[in-house]
Design a protein around this ligand. Structure first.
Ligand code: S3P
Length: 177
């Protein structure tokens, strides 16, 4: 029996990376973050890839990374917010995994990302308008997930606990499983 991956998807600032780390340690699983995977293999920060090579090149690297990482089993995978833009990414991640969407209101996202300079797509201009502009067309894409959790008003550890409790039955999860 293959152990399914747990794949966290959702918009920037919904807590994927921090929740994923806690969830993985709760399960005794490895966590693989697609953005960190790209940064390690390219030896460049995501911001630098966007600035020097453009978003289109980033999406190519993202797709390659998804192709490699999605072949794993029994890991927690955390993704960048734009991974759902390519349906082939979603198909690949689904093959060995259950998709778990993290949601947050645009106001929560705003609070979480406003002091961080690490997200190239949110740089410059009216931040709230930019969040809405990017989030709205993606909602339906995130919505294709198998499970949905709001992280509004929850700490990463509360959100991770909630996901664990909800998934442990359907996925037969135990500590170390
Ligand atoms: C992106 C989200 C980022 C990163 C890149 C593009 C997006 O990841 O992959 O800046 O298109 O939403 P986070 O969701 O972890 O911020």
């Amino acid at each position: 029996m293959i152990l399914k991956n747990i794949v966290l998807i959702g918009f920037m600032g919904t807590g994927k990376t921090s929740v994923g780390k806690i969830l993985a340690s709760r399960l005794g699983r490895r966590v693989i973050d697609i953005d960190r995977f790209i940064e390690t293999s390219e030896k460049k920060k995501i911001r630098e890839i966007f600035e020097k090579e453009g978003e289109a090149r980033f999406r190519v690297l993202e797709k390659e990374a998804v192709g490699v990482v999605a072949r794993q089993t029994g890991v927690v995978i955390t993704t960048g917010g734009g991974v759902v833009l390519d349906p082939e990414n979603v198909r690949a991640l689904r093959r060995n995994g259950v998709l778990v969407e993290l949601t947050a209101t645009p106001e929560t996202v705003f609070r979480r990302v406003k002091d961080s300079a690490r997200r190239p797509l949110l740089g410059g201009g009216d931040l709230m308008a930019r969040i809405r502009e990017l989030y709205e067309p993606r909602r339906a894409l995130y919505g294709q997930s198998d499970y949905h959790f709001s992280t509004d008003g929850r700490s990463p550890s509360e959100a991770a606990d909630e996901i664990f409790e909800k998934l442990k039955g359907p996925l037969a999860l135990e500590n170390g499983g």
